[in-house]
Design a protein around this ligand. Structure first.
Ligand SMILES: [Zn+2]
Length: 302
């Protein structure tokens, strides 16, 4: 059995997967905010509870909204600030008396889709979350690529290629850098871009619906979004050349992306014909917790 934990800022989710990926148990608890020891205990209790009801023990993988430094073993870059600088992985391993694997939540998303989702069987997978933020994760042969600094795949904070091609003012990202991809491709960024050009304040699904109905300003907003996504993914393709790119998050619901981004992409990459697929995530919001469980991909987990 594989147990996955998705440690979020407001809730902790636990899932138990049978060896074939079937869900056999699920729990949800509020996150003890600002309380590191409480967070550790909550996770330990959830693992024990899920094992008690399943009748046997499992491997434990944990997805966190941050990264674990491979050098120090400490949590970094977490928006749940009470985790920062803490040895969460080793504390959980000690409390649970077994090795624990921990990864960034965007990596878990990509792992989940590579294990038994939209990218099943692909060797090189790039998973992208286009939500309120923009995250990315790389999976090579079923395992997440962490990188020397634990930031492999954090493409959302690269600069948008050719920023300014639509005359837009440079946008400062919350991370302090100028013109990050996230500042143009997140859901809120899409809405802000539409407001800047049309004067209309609409949530992303309504902008997309208006574009589909032929409304001119909305059509241009969606076209800019498609072009920026293609430009941004072009850099990923040239560097990583993945077999498949999986999109998750709210903006991944936009059907037009799968029709229009691949043909645009060929303009921005170093080949004429692209042997790569762009697909929508299969597991949706469950990808994070499922991917945490799949951090132990071994075919016979204990
Ligand atoms: Zn940024």
């Amino acid at each position: 059995m594989r147990i996955g934990i998705d440690l979020g800022g407001t809730k902790i989710e636990a899932i138990a997967l049978a060896p074939d990926g079937r869900e056999i148990g699920r729990l949800r608890r509020p996150t003890p905010r600002q309380d590191y020891e409480g967070t550790v205990s909550a996770i330990v209790e959830m693992v024990r509870e899920i094992e008690l009801s399943a009748g046997h023990s499992g491997t434990v993988g944990v997805g966190i909204p941050g990264t674990v430094s491979r050098r120090t073993g400490l949590v970094m870059n977490a928006n749940s600030v009470w985790l920062i600088g803490r040895p969460l992985e080793s504390d959980l391993a000690a409390a649970l008396n077994r090795p624990v694997r921990m990864s960034n939540d965007a990596n878990c998303f990509a792992v989940s889709e590579a294990a038994d989702g939209a990218a099943t069987g692909a060797s090189v997978v790039f998973g992208v979350i286009l939500g309120t933020g923009v995250g990315g994760g790389i999976v090579l042969h079923g395992r997440p690529l962490e990188g020397a600094n634990g930031i492999a795949g954090e493409w959302g904070h690269n600069p948008l290629p050719d920023a300014g091609r639509y005359g837009e003012p440079p946008v400062t990202c919350w991370c302090g850098r100028l013109g990050c991809i996230e500042s143009y491709l997140s859901g809120p960024a899409f809405a802000a871009d539409h407001k800047r050009t049309s004067g209309k304040e609409l949530p992303p699904p309504e902008i997309v619906a208006a574009a589909m109905a032929g409304e001119r300003a909305a059509r241009f907003s969606l076209e800019r979004y498609v072009d920026r996504l293609a430009l941004s993914l072009g850099t990923v393709v040239n560097l990583l050349d993945p077999d498949i790119i999986v999109l998750g998050g709210g903006m991944s619901e936009v059907d037009a992306l799968y029709r229009e981004v691949p043909s645009r992409l060929t303009k921005y990459v170093f080949v004429d014909r692209l042997a790569m697929r762009l697909v929508r995530a299969k597991h949706g919001p469950a990808s994070g917790v499922r991917g945490a469980a799949w951090l132990w991909p071994e075919s016979d987990p204990r």
